[in-house]
Design a protein around this ligand. Structure first.
Ligand SMILES: [Zn+2]
Length: 172
């Protein structure tokens, strides 16, 4: 994983880009969706190995999972703005795997599970992989993670948000 902060700000940015009404509920669920795939770490407790399709960075990090999850959430909450809900929840969920595929550690991401069990990384892997567990996060390792995320996730997101803000302000 990238850190919870890294995943959250990407979901927040995605929501701001596509939902000009800034629905708080939508932003909240988008952030939850961007963190959700890492619940798969419980698979370790069941003795499921990392490489297994249901292991860490497996099915919950796949494009199909993001699609099904977005479909479910849109069905429950979407009401009159279904396309927008679907788009934002899908992109937020899939953004999790995309960030993970740019991290420096772990195994790759199972984007194509269940059709193909290969694990993928992007050629760009500058985001330091985040430790699992709070105690390890507050360490030198955690510091390196935050530094890499500020550079490659947080600053780019803030730039996008500022540009959006300026464009929308001008449009008013
Ligand atoms: Zn992950």
């Amino acid at each position: 994983m990238a850190s919870v902060f890294g995943h959250s700000i990407v979901a927040y940015t995605v929501s701001k880009i596509f939902d000009s009404k800034h629905s708080r509920l939508l932003i909240f669920i988008a952030i939850v969706s961007a963190i959700l795939p890492d619940l798969d770490v419980i698979s370790f407790n069941f003795g499921i190995p990392y490489e297994h399709p249901l292991g860490h960075r497996g099915f919950s990090h796949s494009i199909l999972f993001a699609f099904l999850w977005a479909f479910l959430i849109t069905f429950i909450f979407g009401k009159y703005r279904k396309k927008m809900w679907f788009l934002i929840i899908f992109l937020s969920t899939v953004s999790h795997g995309i960030l993970d595929a740019m991290t420096s550690g772990g195994r790759g991401v199972g984007f194509l599970i269940p059709f193909n069990n290969n694990r993928f990384f992007f050629p760009f892997r500058e985001i330091k992989v985040s430790p699992i567990g709070i105690d390890k996060f507050f360490s030198e390792w955690g510091f390196q993670v935050i530094l890499s995320e500020i550079k490659y996730i947080i600053i780019p997101c803030i730039i996008v948000l500022v540009i959006l803000h300026l464009i929308r302000k001008k449009g008013k």
